[in-house]
Design a protein around this ligand. Structure first.
Ligand code: FAD
Ligand code: MLT
Ligand code: ZN
Length: 559
């Protein structure tokens, strides 16, 4: 595209007159603007958790009309879609009795022992309404000692346990499969300390991510991670899943940001690794075992995390590209030109945009004029507003000249910025509204990343809608296949193909969501038999009675 044409396009777009929405704002106003953006980006999951409690809300065949957790237990065995394999309840586990309940009441008090059917039923079902268990007991400890007493007792009695944070997990890891006791961390939500010189936050595991974000932002820092579920997910859940999210491209993995952990082991031992040191090479760094172990090795009770400084200028652009190759080239160009200020590079195909427009209230397509195949959301965050803005303008101009960007818009104000983010963050919510979601979370080399989406569309024809979106900057594709209800024929056309294909690219079948129940038996697609055996040995060492989050993460055959 000629330079003049590109400049014309920049002007035509209006917003691409590139007025940063923070521009000219006095600092205090900017502060509150940022807060408003964040509050617009909030995702309040709790209401959607109060959906009918067993199985999907839609015409889920065998799930309809099921109302008790007991029935859900049978359903789980029948399974559906990509939910679970045919797992038998492990007979080595004891069944809960009234003495157990009395003991828990003696250590937690009446309020910490929940048997109310409705409340327990909510905790039995995951956010997608896809996985459901049959637990009769939800325990709500208030401190580490109580967690320790619970686990010590359960270990002796061989009662299986599922640790639960905000229950926003997407792989069935956070809910029981059968009658496991649910240990909810929501009562452990205290901020312990904040070192505002070094930006180190120490808090309990049950703190909601968004609350932590608001807290550290008031101190001039930000959390190193951000995700659509932040209004409900806990930092303990984030650590336990090693959540990636929207800031990964800038701040990297929690393996880098988490400085210390306190963890309670299966036998009740409290493991204090709650250091706040940046550097500490005294022996094996054990905390890494628990980051991403999905509640299978211990219950995380406290966390210290390094928080980056909050920077004053943020700009968000919503761009369209005609083909995937252009998205890929745009990523490389953004890395080169925006390098140090690039804070998000998210990607969606037009199926995602269509779905978001159909199912999300109050959002609008920022580029409605022509249908494009691909969309990219770029966020930059920096310390010098005019410098950042100039860089972004120059980058967009060049990208248009080079034909990488077909059209685009930069948020002029907070509501535009939050609309852009709402579209991207709302794709999972929109997908769930269709009914059935076969959800895959893949790490694939960027140049191959969209091939699987196209191949899947060929395989499935009109029988389901295939969506491709994700954290392109991290090589992380979210492949969602949506249809009105789950059925085995569709599943057979998706799996094992999706895993075999990913494995052939030496990709990962779980980029950021974990394995949970959904993929425990699939780990071999991404890990060697030797690695899986070593994981099993570690599991047996730390949890010899296998009471922690059974049936999840590792295949039954190796335990
Ligand atoms: P839960 O769902 O309650 O639990 C998840 C797993 O961790 C379970 O195996 C559970 O047993 C274990 N666990 C929880 N707390 C503890 C604890 N204290 N100690 C030991 N084990 C524990 N994930 C991403 O990685 N990136 C995203 O961008 C992202 N976006 C999302 C957007 C939406 C709308 C939704 C619904 C989910 C999204 N997720 C994302 C998935 C999910 O939010 C994350 O996995 C999150 O980290 C889970 O936190 P949680 O507190 O809800 O944990
Ligand atoms: C996302 O990036 O939106 C999340 O990981 C959630 C999802 O994939 O559904
Ligand atoms: Zn994601």
């Amino acid at each position: 595209m000629a330079r003049r044409e590109a400049a014309r396009l920049l002007r035509r777009l209006g917003p691409l007159a590139v007025e940063s929405w923070t521009r000219g704002m006095p600092h205090s106003q900017h502060e509150s603007a940022n807060r408003i953006v964040n509050s617009c980006r909030r995702f309040h999951w709790i209401p959607s958790l109060q959906r009918p409690l067993c199985g999907p809300t839609t015409s889920g065949g065998i799930y309809e009309g099921q109302s008790s957790a007991k029935k859900a237990c049978e359903v789980q065995k029948h399974t559906f879609g990509s939910a679970a394999t045919h797992i038998q309840r492990n007979p080595a586990y004891s069944e809960l009795n009234s003495d157990d309940v009395s003991y828990f009441k003696s250590i937690l008090g009446e309020n910490g022992v929940v048997q109310d059917e409705d409340r327990v039923a909510v905790a039995n079902v995951d956010w997608m309404g896809k996985y459901s268990g049959a637990s009769q007991l939800l325990l709500l400890p208030k401190n580490t000692t109580e967690v320790s007493k619970i686990l010590s007792y359960c270990n002796t009695r061989r009662l299986a346990v599922v640790p639960q944070g905000g229950n926003t997990g997407l792989v069935g890891g956070s809910v029981p499969v059968y009658d496991e006791v649910i240990v909810g961390l929501s009562g452990m939500d205290k901020i312990i300390s904040f070192d505002n010189v070094n930006g180190i936050l120490t808090c309990e595991a049950g703190c909601v991510l968004e609350n932590l974000s608001n807290f550290v932002e008031n101190e001039g820092f930000i959390m190193p991670l951000d995700l659509g579920a932040k209004g409900s997910c806990h930092i303990g859940g984030n650590v336990s899943t090693n959540a990636g999210g929207l800031r990964f491209i800038r701040y990297g993995s929690l393996h880098g940001s988490v400085l210390g952990l306190e963890v309670v082991l299966a036998d009740g031992t409290i493991l204090d690794m709650l250091t706040t040191l940046r550097k500490d090479n005294t022996g094996y760094d054990l905390k890494h075992l628990f980051i991403g172990s999905e509640g299978s090795l211990g219950v995380v009770t406290k966390i210290s995390v390094l928080t980056p400084a909050k920077l004053p200028s943020t700009n968000v652009a919503f761009l369209s590209c005609n083909d995937y190759k252009s998205c890929q080239k745009l990523l490389l160009a953004a890395r080169r030109s925006l390098g140090e200020i690039l804070s998000a590079f998210e990607f969606m195909d037009h199926h995602c945009i269509d779905l978001a427009m159909r199912h999300l209230e109050g959002v609008h397509n920022p580029l409605p004029a022509s249908p494009y195949k691909f969309y990219v959301l770029i966020e930059i965050t920096g310390s010098d507003e005019s410098y950042d803005k100039t860089k972004l303008e120059a980058f967009l101009l060049r990208s248009m000249e080079d034909g990488l960007v077909a059209d685009g818009v930069i948020a002029q104000d907070i509501s535009q910025a939050s609309n852009f983010w709402r579209i991207r963050e709302g794709i999972s919510e929109a997908s769930v509204k269709v009914g059935a979601v076969y959800k895959y979370d893949l790490s694939i080399p960027v140049e191959k990343l969209y091939d699987i989406v196209e191949e899947m569309r060929c395989r499935l024809g009109d029988s389901a809608e295939v969506l491709g979106y994700g954290h392109l900057g991290d090589g992380n594709l979210h492949l969602n296949i949506v249809s009105s209800k789950y059925d085995d024929n569709t599943l057979e056309r998706i799996e094992p193909f999706v895993y075999e294909w990913t494995s052939a690219q030496r990709g990962s079948i779980s980029a950021e969501h974990g394995l949970g129940l959904m993929k425990a038996e699939k780990i071999h697609y991404s890990k060697s038999p030797e690695a899986v055996q070593l994981m099993a040995s570690i599991k047996k060492l730390l949890d010899p009675n296998s009471i922690l989050n059974p049936y999840k993460v590792l295949p039954q055959s190796v335990l």
